[in-house]
Design a binder for this molecule. Structure first.
Ligand code: NAD
Ligand code: TDX
Length: 334
């Protein structure tokens, strides 16, 4: 099977490539990645000689067209992915997430190539902390940020291409991922690398915001399950019942790293900050038989901390610039 992985030098995409090569001997992998600030070939170290790597933009038709034409499956991870960046400058989010998806869809349509679209639970907006309901495939779209609005728009494009053009596509909307090779701008790696550097972790607002954490390998196993068995045109929510508020996550990181559980700072809150995400993944579990393998968030987090401790050379080049950018908009409030 010839598989084109867009965004394969980013966090989830690179983990997908590593996992695919380890578990799918029939896969011939091509990675298409623009190597923005968020992508690095270092994330493909150890597998570079088993894949083809193409540096290019998913919104550039001349790059996308021949690569899609010679593929059996496209898995589209490439995106601008960080909410805070989308508040500072939404424009690359529109180009990559909307025009990029459109460009891939058109190529997949021309060549009748199977397409899987990677998306996020943030398209569903947020939930109250005490809401007994979780997101399902039927929850209406109410995205809050430029990032989540651009992902919502990309999902709508995929569904329209299925209905109007018969594109053979599936979609998945996953909750917050954690694991190795996640950029240090994101919540968990930012705090782990802060503690390693002797900087106090930074909590937005009151820190009671809840995220539904899933290990990146569980996400990627679910993606393969959907590629193998998913019904064309269907959307599957991916989540592993990992709800935890940010305050508790920071306290756990501090504890696992041998610090006081309250040794963190409160900083300026994110504008429009979603309160809570929670996924009901019953459809994926029941109809396709997927189950997560990481049952303990504590164990998965401990392994992730160990990865950042052991791989400083991977994250060090991005750390100072990331913190300098945050310093422009965030200050310690307590
Ligand atoms: P990431 O920012 O770590 O990686 C994105 C990758 O895409 C990078 O390698 C970057 O260089 C590449 N890229 C960006 N613009 C590009 C362009 N125009 N052309 C080609 N490549 C480009 O992101 P991630 O966290 O790995 O997220 C991957 C996908 O998963 C995204 O679609 C995101 O919306 C989705 N998702 C992420 C999470 C999460 O918790 N991180 C959860 C659910 C869904
Ligand atoms: O320093 C921080 N302190 C803090 O309290 C950072 C960076 C974040 N936060 C909070 C904001 C969120 O409530 O932690 C939570 C998680 O933040 P992010 O890592 O920025 O993730 P989130 O905004 O929830 O979005 C993530 O999950 C859904 C991914 O970045 C998206 O790509 C994905 O779609």
């Amino acid at each position: 099977m010839r598989i084109l992985v867009t965004g394969g030098a980013g966090f989830i995409g690179s983990n997908f490539v590593h996992r695919t090569l380890a578990t799918r001997p029939d896969a011939e992998v091509t990675v298409l990645d623009a190597l923005t600030y968020a992508g690095t070939r270092a994330s493909l170290a150890g597998v570079e000689d088993q894949i083809r790597f193409v540096q290019g933009d998913v919104a550039d038709e001349s790059v996308v067209e021949p690569l899609v034409a010679e593929s059996d499956v496209v898995v589209h991870f490439a995106a601008e992915s960080h909410n805070d960046n989308s508040l500072a400058d939404p424009s690359p989010f529109i180009r990559t997430n909307l025009v990029g998806t459109f460009t891939l869809l058109e190529a997949a349509r021309r060549h009748d190539v199977r397409y899987h679209h990677i998306s996020t639970d943030e398209v569903y907006g947020d939930l109250e902390l005490d809401d007994p309901k979780k997101f399902t495939e039927d929850t209406p779209y109410t995205p809050s940020s430029p990032y989540s609005a651009s992902k919502a728009g990309s999902d709508h494009l995929v569904r329209a291409w299925v209905r109007s053009f018969g594109l053979r596509a599936t979609l998945s909307n996953c909750s917050n991922n954690y694991g190795p090779r996640q950029h240090v701008e994101k919540f968990i790696p930012r705090q782990i690398t802060n503690v390693i550097d002797g900087i106090r972790p930074k909590l937005y607002g009151d820190g009671l915001n809840v995220r539904d954490w899933i290990h990146v390998d569980d996400h990627n196993d679910a993606v393969w399950t959907i590629i193998d068995q998913g019904r064309i045109g269907e959307t599957y929510l991916i989540g592993a019942n990992g709800e935890m508020n940010n305050r508790d996550v920071i306290a756990l990181i501090l504890e696992l790293m041998g610090q006081d559980r309250d040794a963190y700072d409160h900083v300026t809150d994110r504008s429009g900050h979603d309160r809570r995400y929670a996924i009901e993944a019953g459809k994926l579990r029941t109809t396709l038989g997927w189950t997560p393998r990481y049952e303990s968030f504590r164990d998965g987090l401990e392994a992730t901390i160990a990865w950042y401790r052991d791989n400083e050379a991977w994250w060090r080049p991005m750390k100072d610039a990331t913190e300098a950018k945050y310093a422009l908009t965030q200050e310690v409030v307590a």
